[in-house]
Design a protein around this ligand. Sequence first.
Ligand SMILES: [Zn+2]
Length: 359
Amino acid sequence: MNTDSLHARPRHHRKEGFANSDPTVVIGHFPWYEMVWRSLRGDFKPRSAPHKGYATFAKEWSVPVDHARIAQRQYAPVVTWLGHVSVLLQVGGVNVLTDPTLADFAGPYGRFGAPRMVPAPLRGDRLPPVDVLLISHNHYDHLCDATIAAMVTSGQRPQIFVPLGLKAWFDARDIPNVTELDWWDHADVTSSVDGRALPQPIRVHFTPAQHWSRRTPFDTNASLWGGYMVEHKPGATDAWRFLFPGDTGYSADFKTVRERLGAVDFLALPIGAYLPRDSMKSMHVNPADAVQLMLDLDAKQAMGVHWGTFKLTQESFDQPPRDLSVALKEQGLARDTVIRSGARNSDKRTLVKCLSLEI
Ligand SMILES: [Zn+2]
């Protein structure tokens, strides 16, 4: 692990908690009454149902999980979207899972919080063996108690990477193998959970993002947030890079990620939870920002995540793909680069329940 950050106090480590790369963007210290009036204004639910209703939307954007296929170890990359921000990346013989949130609600105490409107494609106890679990931050739609509990109960013992300040959450549940990472730290994964040595190690980098954290009224920005780059180097020169940026507003961080870590081959691109803009702009990209982020990262291919699953924000479930088409057109990228559910792209990665973009 890279421990450069130990030698000098990085700018994003503050007495009052963690900070964004742009220190003027401070998110999370909302007065209680702001949340009340935003809730009364209807900020935290879609203004309308999708055009043909939720059931049709779910059918249109979902395909059944091919359990036999995801049970197989993969060496060439296979990416499967499991709804919201849960992505199963299978590459180099390793199964990597991001922010598993397969429960019916994203929120505390089971039934509180944002309801799921599109059924999870599988249950937490039906996942293939997960070697590496990546958690981007502690918000309830990313760190789901019920899903993690289902994984642990079903015998999963992954190597877990979390942002600084979040290991205590796992310690409190007696969940082992947790490593905290600061921005730009990296760690190498050299074996699978069953102890099989990998042909090539997989490198996991923790990357900066513009966001915030909170789990309770008393822990605002007490743990860090960010994204993960997973790097697979099957040969001496041909690195393949996957980026899951986590939740983020548009920021200069991604040009820095491109400069420091290289161009991205596959991007799990957040495209939802962006309205109303007055409160969401700093913390969640909209589709136009997302396309810019894709360009900043030189992403060869992207798949839309962080949308179409939970009732979180004002835009309807079917608005992100529409806005995305407009944003692609505005940047001169072809509209037909949007691949629909279950489509296979030219690299023959099976994309389950996904929106995928090729550029
Ligand atoms: Zn978040």
